[in-house]
Design a protein around this ligand. Structure first.
Ligand code: UN1
Length: 476
């Protein structure tokens, strides 16, 4: 079944679908044909948002929230269909896609509830007969630009806090995955979101995305994607003094200490590195072993890699879907070549003969300065490094420009605490895969992984989408 996907502007579906998306697991099978916005159309979406926003901001926050809660119910009722479409357009397994749709449902519920909780402070004043309070006001029009790897969860976790806070939104999803956001926006529309409060423009980042980023009517831009694009967005948005929130890459380490059970450590590494085909910015891409466990860990990881055979995500039993695009596959393969050229040994991860398939890869003898150890791949590739001890492992872990997620496998409580205290990362996992987040917990990185202090997810997510207003009221 081919979905025709049009923009959503001012409550209307508009545009002519022209961009074809094929199922990455089944070459030649068209999943969607979507419209592509030009600069003018992106401007119309911003105008629609701007005119809808004041009435939306004047709607009581609990009423705004209840629309999100209602959309969650609609999305849940059609979750199987949405998950199938998500697998067909992105490639991840049906189990992964169901989890992601369920996560989007829970995000809508969580932020729906925030409509009841949005609050400020009352503060004592230094002046007599003066009452001071703070309230959070919406930024106004917000643009969100989202990637293909979590095509419904990431849009949901950006637009839900923006909407419940009283903003109007223009969302530009990734070109590769138009259908998931179509489902999300339909659920919100059917739940009663007023026309213009959420607008969706599909199309090229360099055209539609750029138009949104440079539009002076857009007060805040939230972006998840590559470092290169994030830096362009940062420059453009900061130059006009609007707000910008960036979630970019990771080169997430998993430290495995001598005391760990090698089989358990390998299961955790594989879930983080090969789950989601390694296409998560929280994916485990480096494992740093201390000497006593290195060889046993590598043997156990090879056994795990053999289990993660790439296949069609719609087939029961597939543990790892295809790579999302030919471009991404070329990146994965080029990094395996570079790793070998620099002296790494590729023990698993040979090219599959057909389609967009990449076997789960294990590269050993990797040194901290190798490109496979410092640059994000975004594929099912785990580089194994060595360190003498915990402090050496942390030094290797920190020797990259990224700092998103970091993990350790150990039963030593002191080592786990020391790691959590000294590793440079926004998220630390002990005996858990680096990927996989709770939606009520703040998420973001340090160093090149994020470029500001605004966190996503959890109640703090609304901070990016609101300003604090402080009111001094003389009552004498
Ligand atoms: C997760 O690990 O569950 O794009 C989510 C990404 C991240 C989200 C990771 N922003 O991969």
């Amino acid at each position: 079944m081919t979905r025709e996907v049009r923009h959503l502007i001012g409550g209307e579906r508009v545009g002519t679908p022209t961009a074809v998306r094929e199922n990455p697991a089944r070459p030649g099978e068209t999943v969607a044909v979507s419209a592509a916005a030009d600069t003018d159309l992106a401007g119309l979406a911003v105008a629609a948002a701007q005119s809808a926003q004041p009435a939306w901001a004047a709607t009581p926050a609990p009423a705004r929230g209840s629309i999100l809660t209602e959309a969650a119910a609609l999305l849940l009722a059609r979750a199987d269909q949405v998950a199938t479409d998500l697998t067909r357009e992105e490639g991840k397994t049906l189990a992964e896609a169901r989890g992601e749709v369920r996560r989007a449902v829970d995000i809508l519920r969580f932020f729906g509830g925030e409509g009841w909780r949005a609050n400020g402070q009352t503060l004592p004043s230094s002046l007599p007969d003066t009452f001071v309070y703070t309230k959070r006001e919406p930024v106004g029009v917000v643009a969100t630009i989202t990637p293909w790897n979590f095509p419904i969860a990431i849009p949901a976790w950006k637009i839900a806090p923006a909407l419940v806070s009283g903003n109007a939104v223009v969302l530009k999803p990734a070109e590769l995955t138009p259908v998931s956001v179509w489902h999300l926006s339909e659920a919100l529309r059917e739940a009663g979101l007023p026309p213009g409060v959420l607008n969706v423009v599909y199309g090229d980042g360099a055209v539609a995305g750029r138009a949104l980023v440079e539009d002076p009517r857009v007060g805040a831009v939230s972006f998840t994607g590559s470092v290169e694009v994030g830096q362009l967005i940062h420059a453009a948005v900061s130059a006009r003094r609007a707000r910008v929130q960036l979630e970019m890459g990771g080169k997430n380490p998993l430290v495995v200490l001598d005391d760990a059970d090698p089989a358990r450590a390998a299961r955790i590494a594989a879930a983080g590195g090969y789950g989601l085909t390694g296409q998560a910015c929280t994916a485990t891409s480096r494992v740093i072993c201390t000497p006593g466990i290195h060889d046993a860990f590598v043997d156990a990881l090879l056994a795990e890699a053999a289990r993660y055979q790439p296949g069609d995500g719609q087939s029961p039993g597939t543990l790892m879907g295809p790579v999302a695009s030919a471009e991404q596959l070329a990146v994965d393969r080029s990094y395996l070549r570079i790793a070998a050229d620099q002296g790494g040994q590729v023990l698993a991860g040979g090219a599959e003969p057909d389609g967009l398939r990449q076997s789960a890869a294990v590269v050993v003898d990797v040194k901290p300065d190798h490109r496979i150890a410092t640059e994000e791949v975004f594929g099912p590739v785990i580089a194994v490094l060595r360190a003498d001890d915990l402090d050496g492992a942390v030094a290797v872990a920190n020797a990259v420009p990224f700092g998103l997620a970091a993990g350790i496998v150990t039963n030593d409580l002191r080592a786990a605490h020391r790691f959590a205290d000294t590793v440079q990362a926004g998220v630390v996992k002990v005996n858990r895969p680096t990927s996989g987040l709770d939606l009520n917990v703040p998420f973001g990185g340090v160093k090149g992984s994020s470029t500001n202090t605004f966190r996503e997810q959890g109640s703090v997510a609304t901070e990016f989408y609101t300003w604090t207003k402080s009111v001094y009221m003389g009552v004498d």
